[in-house]
Design a protein around this ligand. Structure first.
Ligand SMILES: [Cu+2]
Length: 138
């Protein structure tokens, strides 16, 4: 009998760990981001593949910012230049200081991690980057 309780206890612990991990990765069809000089907050977004996504960005910094999602597997290196532009998946309208923008886009169909950057000169270099995680629809 004691062994059975021991076994149930282990199952309970395993279940709570699985639940905790699942919760952190639950996808959302909206992205709400605050931008400052030079940070995206939050800096990680989880969205379902192929879904219609509502974007809302607000610039709480002192200079203009942008929100650019790079294509699957592509990472900007060093500087964001014209050479990177063919590898942009989606770009929100630029946002002036104190302004907000809303827009919509269709999430990538391929699950995986996508790089998000600010394309304003010098901001990528200043560390203005974030991560988009695209997950398969259940
Ligand atoms: Cu910026």
């Amino acid at each position: 009998m004691k062994k059975v309780f021991h076994f149930l206890f282990i199952i309970l612990i395993a279940m709570s760990i699985l639940t905790a991990c699942g919760g952190s990765a639950s996808p959302s069809t909206s992205i709400n981001v605050s931008m400052t000089d030079f940070t995206f907050s939050p800096n990680s977004f989880v969205i379902p593949a192929g879904a219609q996504i509502s974007f809302a960005g607000s610039n709480n910094g002192a200079v203009t910012h942008s929100f650019i999602i790079m294509k699957s597997g592509y990472h900007v290196k060093g500087h964001f230049t014209d050479a990177d532009k063919p590898n942009v998946f989606w770009e929100a309208p630029q946002i002036a200081p104190g302004q907000s923008v809303t827009d919509k886009f269709t999430a990538p169909g391929d699950p995986g991690e996508y790089q998000i950057i600010c394309g304003i000169g010098g901001h990528f270099e200043a560390g203005m980057v974030a991560k988009l995680v695209v997950v398969k629809q259940p």
